[in-house]
Write a protein that binds this ligand. Structure first.
Ligand SMILES: [Zn+2]
Length: 373
């Protein structure tokens, strides 16, 4: 009887000592934890303040309205509800818009937020940066769902929930997705191509030929087609300014702009290895790869126009610019389109423009499949 009692006594002393030690350890850890979170909170509050001041100054300089942080939160929440309503109408399910920490600085003509989302490695010194734009023409509705599918895909990868890819793939990469560049025209009862001022925001970029030819081409070639009106002044529209500022802010290595329904893949930018160096060669290789991964989707050299993104970014600034024209704006085909282009888009995001792919393979392909420059 005596022995078990002694054993129990020893054990309880041991447990008590352990508890005291754990308690002490806890006490000694807590203050430093608190200190770290307080200093973090302080520095993040300071950086938020700096960002806000910068945004306010930027808006003032550009003559646009500055929207304060709290107001932005409310606007995004309302905007997401609006998006979900449309998604339900088109049978697309939930957009998951509410789940993303959107960026937003300026608003459309009718005061909807012009949103974008970043995925990947913002702090990396050298990163492959891709900008993806959808909904530039609001009546092309499938590209908008397409961008939300891209967001879903990237979100799965970033949170390691994708079966084929993991978050490491986004290392040294930054992906910017702006899913609804022209919300005013998308949210109309009958969506239109032009924005609320009746201007085509893919003809309103400040290209060098804008002043001399934009109006002439619109009058003579397009017989004043209202759907293609470039506006009297380049970059007169907030939706154009939004796109230009994204390019300035992030200096992308490539741009993917999604439209419908021309059923083709178009490329503007450094032409080939001969005239465009490594980037030209790499960009063309990617073009062929994107087509091949989408069952040989048609590559076509579509001309660029005064005030178009292809002209502004691809032609004048040598940024490889890919225009993916989906086959239609039929909302019922959205799932099919995403399935067809998922691999192409993934490869395009991961592709590094400074790296040339197998040159021998490149040459053998370019003889038969590349677009005619
Ligand atoms: Zn379009």
């Amino acid at each position: 009887m005596f022995k078990p009692l002694k054993w129990k006594f020893t054990l309880s002393i041991f447990i008590a000592a352990l508890l005291v030690w754990a308690g002490c350890a806890n006490i000694s850890v807590l203050p430093s934890k608190k200190k770290t979170s307080v200093s973090k909170a302080k520095s993040s509050a300071e950086s938020k303040k700096i960002i806000e001041e910068k945004l306010e100054a930027e808006s003032k300089a550009q003559g646009t309205t500055y929207v304060a942080r709290e107001e932005r939160k409310k606007k995004i929440s309302d905007f997401c509800k609006k998006i979900d309503k449309r998604f339900t109408k088109y049978g697309w399910g939930r957009s998951k818009c509410e789940n993303y920490p959107w960026n937003f600085v300026r608003t459309s003509v009718k005061s909807d937020p012009l949103i974008w989302m970043n995925f990947g490695d913002e702090s990396a010194k050298r990163k492959e940066t891709t900008i993806i734009l959808c909904g530039v023409h609001g009546d092309e509705i499938t590209p908008i769902k397409f961008c939300f599918d891209i967001l879903d895909h990237l979100n799965e990868i970033a949170s390691n929930k994708n079966k084929k890819h993991n978050a490491d793939e986004l290392k040294n990469r930054l992906v910017i997705v702006a899913p609804i560049v022209n919300p005013d025209s998308f949210f109309k009862k009958w969506p239109s191509r032009t924005n609320a001022n009746g201007i085509d925001v893919n003809r309103n970029f400040p290209t060098r030929d804008f002043n001399s030819t934009a109006m002439k081409i619109w009058t003579n070639r397009y017989k004043k087609d209202k759907r293609r009106y470039p506006g009297k002044k380049a970059m007169s529209e907030p939706e154009t300014l939004f796109q230009v500022n994204l390019l300035k802010r992030y200096s992308p290595d490539k741009i993917i702009s999604v439209h419908a329904p021309l059923t083709m893949l178009d490329y503007d930018g450094p032409a080939d290895r001969h005239s465009g160096g490594v980037v030209g060669s790499s960009a063309n290789q990617l073009l062929i790869q994107m087509s091949e991964q989408a069952k040989g989707y048609k590559i076509k050299n579509y001309p660029f126009f005064p005030g178009s993104l292809g002209n502004y970014a691809g032609n004048e600034r040598n940024i490889p610019t890919y225009t993916l024209e989906l086959p239609s704006s039929d909302n019922r085909k959205s799932k099919k389109f995403w399935k067809l282009f998922k691999d192409s888009i993934h490869s395009a995001i991961m592709h590094e423009m400074t790296k040339e792919i197998d040159v021998v393979h490149d040459k053998s392909k370019s003889g038969s499949n590349s677009k005619q420059n």
